[in-house]
Structure formats: structure tokens, C-alpha cells
Write a protein that binds this ligand. Structure first.
Ligand code: ZN
Length: 70
């Protein structure tokens, strides 16, 4: 996935948002190319959302999960 600056003045595609998009999230999979246009405000909202969901695992948990089975 790539995050690129919007080249065209396209409406933000996040639900209910009517701003002009500032960025384009580009995804490329085999046979499928998708672009998601988002404004700066919505991108910030997404970032907060992702930050809550995807948190780096604390080191203690990693060590705890490596206990040897007896
Ligand atoms: Zn938006």
C-alpha cells in the first residue's frame, strides 16, 4: 500500500465527508487496483483509530509467551 498526495481534486470518500481529498491510498493486488481518496482530517481520524487497534506488543508479553512446555 502507498500513501500519495492527491493529484486531482476529488471528494473525500470517507462516509459523510464532503471535503476535497488531500491524499490517495493506493492498493495494488493481482488484477485489482484500488484508490481511496481521503482528506487530511479523515486521515488523522483513521490514524487514531488504527493506533487504538494496533499497538506494539510489550516486551514482557513476548518473553512470557516463550515459556518451555514441560
Ligand atoms: Zn474526509
Amino acid at each position: 500500500m502507498e500513501l500519495i498526495k492527491a493529484r486531482y481534486r476529488i471528494r473525500c470518500e470517507m462516509g459523510g465527508c464532503r471535503s476535497v481529498s488531500d491524499f490517495t491510498i493506493k492498493t495494488a493486488r493481482v488484477g485489482i487496483r484500488a484508490h481511496l481518496h481521503v482528506c487530511r482530517g479523515c486521515l488523522g481520524g483513521l490514524y487514531e483509530l488504527i493506533g487504538k487497534e494496533i499497538v506494539p506488543k510489550p516486551i514482557e508479553n513476548v518473553i512470557g509467551g516463550r515459556k518451555k512446555k514441560l
